[in-house]
Design a protein around this ligand. Structure first.
Ligand code: GUN
Ligand code: ZN
Length: 440
């Protein structure tokens, strides 16, 4: 493969921006470039400087005036819910029973898993997402299909089969031993292979018996480098049912605490209705809440307290939660996130912070910022190219944009997959055929 030089307006973050004037939190180069070789970023900076480092025969692709950023990271979504999005009328527990479990039951069939995996990754790439952190169904075959499709595309992914052995139809339930054995086999086959990482995935306390929670605790002890993902405090009825099923637990988080599931690579979806003690435990264990705004608004679950958690030093991730969530687009997710935080009445979500969040912020929450979420030299070449004038309405609005922050906010509020002009995965153009290129 010849090296590739990508030319565009380069934006990458170095830490969380504290406001418009916090220029030290990011690197923006108006005529910027990346030199990509063997799936990695070899040079990053101004076009003039990077060009000097490129050898003869390097392919040059000019994406100006688009922005070039690290590929987006979606820290919580459900692969077997691609046909659950836009299911009408219910709150969480009815939505699971009426729509989600029946849809997930179909993933016992490998052919269905393979077809849906291809669509799932197509949608992610169309929307500029280069790393998903996904729940598969309880069937091992769904996780095999997820990881196999990711490997075909050389994508960095995290995922796991859900463990669930009760309070759901037989067609989506496993058993404590079966769930443990399948998780072990999946970890053996996929974890750390190529760009894949495994997440131990008890669905939530309602659908796992104490015996299965013990098995999850064993998996967690045996595989400290695997992520752990589950749901927490999404909905009042869910919390009441959890406390009825685990009457000895101090609170909902206490269930996961008891079975050893809380650590810095634990991802807890939603975390909306938190008790003070639970917030203390998050701060102590460094388990990460995951904010899923489109889902929280769609299912009527509630408003995530981003600022309250942040003030306690708790690092949150942000995610689509397909298919409780309503869009694959992380841009749309940050759009709804802006509105959800506005409804709480606190500070508005600044666009610099929003773009940091879905790139370096999520990479930090996943413990992967040495590889993804940045355009620094040595990182994986997972890159998104964004067109701030992709629609006529955006082009009109851009006529009056005076700053980078204003342009980013237009993208955050008005953009969707139409603004994702290209997505590079490990240096390969994945959204559409590589653009016409010149050579040095
Ligand atoms: N809690 C347990 N399972 C799910 C799920 O699939 N989606 C959401 N939003 N919450 C859950
Ligand atoms: Zn979820």
């Amino acid at each position: 493969m010849p090296d590739t030089l990508l030319r565009a307006r380069l934006l990458t973050f170095t830490r969380e921006p504290q406001g418009s004037e916090d220029h030290g939190a990011y690197r923006f180069v108006e005529d910027g470039a990346l030199l990509v070789s063997d799936g990695l970023i070899k040079a990053s900076g101004s076009f003039g400087d990077v060009r000097e480092k490129a050898g003869d025969g390097t392919t040059v692709i000019d994406h100006r005036p688009c922005l070039m950023m690290p590929g987006f990271i979606d820290a919580h979504l459900h692969f077997p819910q691609v046909q659950v999005i836009a299911s009408w009328g219910a709150q969480l527990l009815d939505w699971l029973k009426d729509y989600t479990f029946p849809a997930e039951a179909l993933y016992a069939d490998p052919a269905h898993c393979e077809r849906m995996a291809a669509h799932f990754f197509d949608e992610l790439v169309n929307n500029g997402t280069t790393t998903p952190v996904a729940y598969c169904s309880s069937h091992k075959t769904s996780a095999d299909a997820y990881f196999a499709e990711a490997r075909r595309r050389n994508m960095r992914v995290i995922g796991g089969k859900v463990l669930m052995d009760r309070n759901a139809p037989d067609a989506v339930c496993d058993t404590p031993q079966g769930g443990y054995d399948d998780s072990k086999a999946l970890i053996r086959d996929w974890h750390g292979k190529g760009r894949a990482l495994y997440a131990i995935t008890p669905r939530f306390a309602i659908t796992s018996s104490p015996e299965q929670m013990e098995a999850c605790g064993a998996l967690a002890r045996e595989h400290p480098d695997c992520h752990i993902q589950t749901h927490l405090n999404e909905n009042h009825a869910e919390i009441d049912e959890t406390m009825a099923l685990y009457p000895d637990a101090t609170d909902y988080l206490g269930v996961y605490e008891r079975y050893g599931l809380l650590r810095s690579n634990s991802l807890l979806g939603h975390c909306i209705h938190m008790q003070p003690r639970e917030i203390d435990i998050l701060a102590e264990t460094k388990a990460r809440p995951v904010f899923c705004p489109t889902s929280n608004l769609f299912l009527g679950s509630g408003l995530f307290d981003y600022e309250g958690l942040r003030d306690r030093g708790i690092l949150s991730a942000i995610a689509t939660d397909i298919g409780g969530g309503t869009s694959y687009s992380m841009l749309q997710t940050l759009h709804e996130g802006y509105k959800a935080l506005a409804l709480r009445g606190g500070n508005k979500l600044h666009p610099l912070r929003a773009f940091y969040w879905m790139t370096l912020g999520n990479a930090e929450a996943l413990g992967l910022s040495d590889r993804i979420g940045t355009l620094d030299v040595g990182s994986d070449a997972d890159i998104v190219i964004l067109d701030s004038r992709a629609t006529s309405a955006m082009a009109l609005r851009m006529e009056t944009a005076k700053s980078l922050a204003e342009e980013l906010f237009i993208l955050q509020i008005m953009a969707d997959d139409r603004s994702v002009s290209q997505t590079y995965v490990a240096g390969e153009a994945m959204k559409r055929q590589a653009d016409t290129a010149g050579q040095i």
